[in-house]
Ligand binder design. Structure first.
Ligand SMILES: NC(=O)c1ccc[n+]([C@@H]2O[C@H](COP(=O)([O-])OP(=O)(O)OC[C@H]3O[C@@H](n4cnc5c(N)ncnc54)[C@H](O)[C@@H]3O)[C@@H](O)[C@H]2O)c1
Length: 267
């Protein structure tokens, strides 16, 4: 094995990924498993997560899936505990699950505010808390929380979503300071537009019907904001997650990482 292969090799490591039934979480679970990690996949869509885990096992990897709603602390705890018990500790936690919310701040309903904060913020916090407990017991690890490029650029109609993702960033950086001494690194991924089920809502016309032309216009508009003329694929985020999970990033904690085609460039 070369030094490069060794640094990115996750053989013998255990990982948990939330939101693993689809999109970025799915790609992350598959890439971590391909790098040798044993992966616990959690998602509110338990069947979808099981289908992904099945694919990983068929490819020779080790994985289990579990239905877990990240808003429910006991379900997140059970997901992480299963991985830590089966595989003698936890090395990598990817808090990927999240939801979109569209609409102007001035008109948001309280129920929508509660829903999005409960999933995007509380759910990520619960994932971090469960991971810290397990990682402290097994001597350290890497936590990767998914925020969004929306934290960089105030955008009409994305206010609630962006504020939950900004809070995820703050949570991650404070946690990085609190748990660094335990050998736990905490980093944030802030994806730019990445074509998944998450972006497919831009395919719907106002009456709910599928409008392919609307989607194509959305995609080409987003490509136009990138200096390299691209939008992302889930695998583009998964490669960065692999880096943050691996020893290659051992000196990196408390940072925001942007796979976004250069659409935002904060210093
Ligand atoms: N796709 C993008 O352009 C983009 C950009 C920036 C950030 N993000 C973030 O990336 C993350 C993943 O999004 P994606 O693009 O892969 O979307 P996706 O819709 O393809 O996948 C999200 C997954 O999360 C799961 N999920 C939703 N609510 C859950 C809950 N309460 N408990 C457990 N699982 C739940 C869904 O079932 C789904 O499998 C999200 O946090 C999203 O905010 C996405």
């Amino acid at each position: 094995m070369t030094e490069i292969e060794r640094v990115f090799d996750l053989s013998g490591r255990s990982a948990v990924v939330t939101g693993a039934a689809s999109g970025i979480g799915r790609a992350a679970a598959e890439v971590l498993a391909a790098a040798g990690a044993r992966v616990g996949l959690g998602d509110i869509d338990g069947e979808g997560a099981e289908a992904v885990a099945c694919g990983i096992r068929e490819a020779g990897g080790e994985a289990f899936a579990r239905a877990a709603d990240i808003q429910v602390r006991s379900e997140v705890d059970a997901l992480v505990a299963q991985a830590a018990e089966e595989w003698n500790g936890l090395d990598v936690m990817c808090n990927v699950a999240g939801v979109a919310s569209d609409g102007p701040l001035a008109e948001l309903e309280e129920a929508e505010v509660d829903r999005v904060i409960a999933i995007n913020l509380k759910g990520t916090l619960f994932g971090c808390q469960a991971a810290v407990k397990a990682m402290r017991a097994s001597g350290g690890g890497s936590i990767i929380n998914v925020a969004s490029g929306a934290i960089d650029l105030p955008t009409p109609n994305y206010g609630l979503y962006a504020l939950t993702k900004a809070a995820v960033t703050q949570l991650s950086q404070t946690l990085a300071v609190e748990v660094g001494g335990d050998g736990i690194r905490v980093n944030v991924l802030a994806p730019g537009v990445t074509l998944t089920r998450f972006t497919e809502r831009h395919m719907l016309a106002e009456d709910g019907s599928v409008d392919r032309a609307r989607y194509d216009a959305f995609v080409s508009g987003m490509e136009g904001r990138s200096p390299i003329g691209r939008v992302g694929e889930a695998i583009d985020q998964a490669w960065l997650i692999l880096y943050l999970a691996s020893e290659a990033s051992r000196f990196c904690t408390g940072q925001v990482w942007r796979a976004n085609g250069g659409t935002t460039m904060p210093r």
